[in-house]
Design a protein around this ligand. Structure first.
Ligand SMILES: *[C@@H]1O[C@H](CO)[C@@H](O)[C@H](O)[C@H]1NC(C)=O
Length: 189
C-alpha cells in the first residue's frame, strides 16, 4: 500500500468507527429484551446534579406510546418550569422534595403555583399542558424518580418564571436526552 493511500485509510477509519458506534447507540435493532438499567447510558446532559437514564424510549428503543425515565436530582437541583402536551406520571423511589404546579388556569400565564410535598413511595401525575417544576428541596438526600410520559419524544416548553405568558414559553425540541438520536437515520419508515 502506498503511503498516501495508507494515510487516507487511517484518517477515514476513525470516522467510520465513530459513525458505526453512533448508529448502534441510536439503532432500535438488536436491543436485548431484558436490559440492565445500570448498563444504560446515563448523563447529566450539561446540568450539574442531574442524572437521567432513558429506561425505555421512543428514539432509543422504538416505543410509540410511552417512555420511561429514571432520574436523580442532587439536593437543590430542579427541573425548569415547563409544560408539555403529554401525560406524565412520577413515582418517587427515594428522597423527597417539592412539586410546584399551576393547574390549568385560564390566565395568559401560569401564575402562582401550588406546592406539594413529595416523599418516598409517593406518586403524582401531571395533567397535559399544566406548567410544573420538580425540585429537590431536601438538603441532605438525592431525589430519585421514575417518570413515565405519553406520546414521546417529549416536546418541552420552558418558562423563565411563573408569570411568563404561555405563548412566550420556549420550545426545546428535541429535548436534551433526545438530541443525540433524533437526527440519526431511523431503522423503519
Ligand atoms: C415503598 O413501598 C414498597 C411496597 O410497599 C415497600 O416495600 C418499600 O419499603 C417502600 N419504601 C419506602 C421508602 O417507604
Amino acid at each position: 500500500m502506498k503511503a498516501a493511500s495508507r494515510s487516507i485509510l487511517f484518517s477515514v477509519l476513525p470516522l467510520l468507527f465513530a459513525s458505526a458506534v453512533h448508529a448502534s447507540i441510536c439503532s432500535t435493532k438488536g436491543i436485548p429484551l431484558v436490559r440492565d438499567i445500570n448498563a444504560l447510558s446515563q448523563s447529566n446532559y450539561g446540568r450539574g446534579g442531574l442524572s437521567h437514564i432513558t429506561v425505555a424510549g421512543s428514539l432509543l428503543h422504538g416505543l410509540k406510546e410511552v417512555e420511561v425515565w429514571l432520574q436523580t436530582f442532587a439536593p437543590g437541583i430542579r427541573t425548569p418550569i415547563h409544560r408539555h402536551s403529554c401525560e406524565e406520571v412520577f413515582v418517587v423511589l427515594k428522597g423527597s422534595g417539592t412539586l410546584f404546579i399551576a393547574e390549568s388556569s385560564h390566565e395568559k400565564y401560569p401564575g402562582k403555583p401550588q406546592e406539594f410535598n413529595i416523599f418516598p413511595n409517593s406518586t403524582f401525575n401531571i395533567p397535559v399542558n399544566d406548567a410544573h417544576q420538580v425540585w429537590n428541596t431536601n438538603q441532605d438526600e438525592d431525589l430519585q424518580v421514575l417518570v413515565v410520559i405519553s406520546r414521546p419524544p417529549v416536546k418541552v416548553f420552558i418558562y423563565e418564571d411563573w408569570s411568563m405568558p404561555h405563548t412566550a414559553a420556549k420550545l426545546k425540541f428535541p429535548y436534551d436526552w433526545d438530541e443525540k438520536c433524533f437526527h440519526s437515520p431511523k431503522d423503519e419508515l
